[in-house]
Every structure is written in C-alpha cells, then in structure tokens.
Design a protein around this ligand. Sequence first.
Ligand code: TXA
Ligand code: MG
Length: 348
Amino acid sequence: MDTKIITIDNIEKESYKLREAANILKNNGIVAFPTETVYGLGGNAFSEEAIRKIFLAKGRPSDNPLIVHISDVKKLKKLVKNVPPVAEVLIQKFWPGPLTLIFEKLDSIPYSVTGGLDTVAIRMPSHEIARELISLSGLPIAAPSANLSGKPSPTNGDHVIKDLNGRVDAIVCGGDSDVGLESTVLDISGEIPVILRPGGITMEEISAVIGQVEIDPHIISDANVIPKAPGMKYTHYSPNAELVIFTGEEKEVVNRINLISERLMKSNKKVGIMTCNENLDLYNGNEVLSLGSKLDYCEIARNLFFTLRKFDDLYVDVILSEAFELSGIGSAIMNRLKKASGNNIIEL
Ligand code: TXA
Ligand code: MG
C-alpha cells in the first residue's frame, strides 16, 4: 500500500492539508496523526471495516479495545449511555487533554472497537492537529497508539513512518508529542473511580478534583491480578534490546550498573545506559543517554519512548536503566519501564 505522508509545521497556515486525511477517514481508510500524548492510528469508530484495518496494520490482538477520540464534548451523547456527574466534573477540568474515561457504550459503537466489552473508552485530545482532523472528518475516531503492537509508542512522525509506512493510508507528521506517554485511563463505572492505566494526568491531579481514586491492583502489584484494561496484560513498549531496571539507593544503582556494564562490554555486548542529566557523567557504557533532569519528571516522560527507540537505532544489546520515583507522573514512567522490561527489575 502507498502511504501518503502529510507534514504540517504550522497548523494555522496548513490546516487545508488535513482535508485529504479527513476524506480518507470518511472513506473508512486509516490515518496516523499526532496527539499531545503519543501519535495515534485513527479510523472511523462506527466502521467495522476501518477498525479491522487498524488491528491488521498494528498486528494488535483483537480483545484489546481502542480509545475513541472526539473533538467536541457534544458528540459524547451519540456514543455513551449516560454521563455520570463525576465524568462531568472531570471533563470540565481535564478535557481536552490526556485523560481517557470509560463509559457504558451505545449500540452505535461496534464491539470490535471495545474488544467485546459493553463499555467504551473516550478521550478528547488537546493537540490542534488531532482536533482539526477529527473535526474535519465529522466522525468519532478510534485510535490506538500508532506503533506496531509491542513496540514503544511513537512520539514523532519518524517513529510512525518506521513502524507503519506501507501499512496505513496516510501519516500526518506534526512534530514531537508534548507529554510523551499515553493518556491516563480512568474507569468511572463503579462507586470509586479506578485508574486502569497511569498516564498524562496524575492520580494526585484527579483526586484533587474528585476525592478518592483507586488504582487497579494489577498496576501496583506483580501478583497474578487480571488487569481491568485488557491492553495492560500484553507485552508493551519493548525495545529490541533486553532492558533491565535498577531500583535502590542512587550510589548503589550507579555502581551496580557500571559493574554489569563493564562485564557485558568485556563479553562484546553493546551496552546502553539510561539515566538522568545529573548522573550522565557517572556511567561507563557504549551509549549513555539521558532522559532529562531528575528534577523535571515531565521531561523524563517526554523523552522515555524516544530514548528507548534511540537505543534500537544504536543497535545496543542491553539497556541498563535507573528507576524513578513513583509520585506524580513518575508512576506512569515506572509503569511503562516495568512493561518495557518485562518486569526485569533488580532491587538493590
Ligand atoms: O494517549 C493515548 O491514550 C493514546 C493516544 C493515541 O490517544 N492512545 C492509546 O491507545 O494509548 P492504546 O490503544 O494504545 O491504549 C488503550 C488502552 C489499552 O490499555 C486498553 O486496554 C484500554 O485503553 N481500554 C480501551 N477501552 C477500554 C475499556 N472499554 N475498558 C477498559 N480499558 C479500555
Ligand atoms: Mg498502545
């Protein structure tokens, strides 16, 4: 398949370029586009044909449901049975933005979108290109992250081109994603809202607005708990290299990473080390990359998937990484690192 690449540097001047992409969506084709979290691969949420194409292009298991993206809150009532009061408050505060809410679905949403569930995940992105594209299409747009299934989510157009060129109808390239991690998925169907996936909006921010919030036990424990977000049970975000995370006292982490790195390099392995600006000079590896300052976790989050993909481009065999604190967006960072490493965590 020929993939049309559409590059937008300035949405105010170039929004006309999105007309072609919107037409593809109207004709049940699939289009990758930037959002503030990560790039998404969109298709008409009412169309079985478009949904089938999305799953096929990504190689995604069919029981892993998609998030439906809207550009106008008014469209919500065409998709969901009811909007509980707690949702109204959250929408008022966090939409548009990186918060996905789970509602009871109407029959208009096919079960192929929801992986057979009676609920549907909805989000209104804040990225101008995403909003303009959705609005031009006049459709709710089902969109998973625009990576091949299992790979780190894409945070720029080049990542998407690498994974999906030739597999989708069009790719809209529009710079770097600002958040760098996916949206927070919040289930509001029970009495106490539950975070099914930590993400761009933190637990602290949510509870400041609505009070008590719980976190799906699957996210915090390694025990055999079945996750409520079906997607969370799959291997995810994995670079080609083996990834190992080290937690514990900082000095010990640095020493242990250097010790293992030296051993691996002696046995001719190419070693990548993932750290923060403050510790960059303390390490000895073939490729030492910083995610940003440890005083700015938003920067660390923004660079995480980018850096995992960068290590792949550098063909390292092993990535040894520092861990991060679990507060604020740190819990989303650690959730992605855990999954990317297949729970390969060494506690010192
Ligand atoms: O930031 C994001 O959310 C990005 C951008 C493109 O918007 N999208 C994204 O989609 O991350 P995806 O498909 O990679 O992840 C969707 C997550 C999965 O963990 C899935 O299981 C969960 O949302 N999910 C979707 N519908 C659900 C539902 N009805 N109930 C529970 N979890 C659901
Ligand atoms: Mg994804």
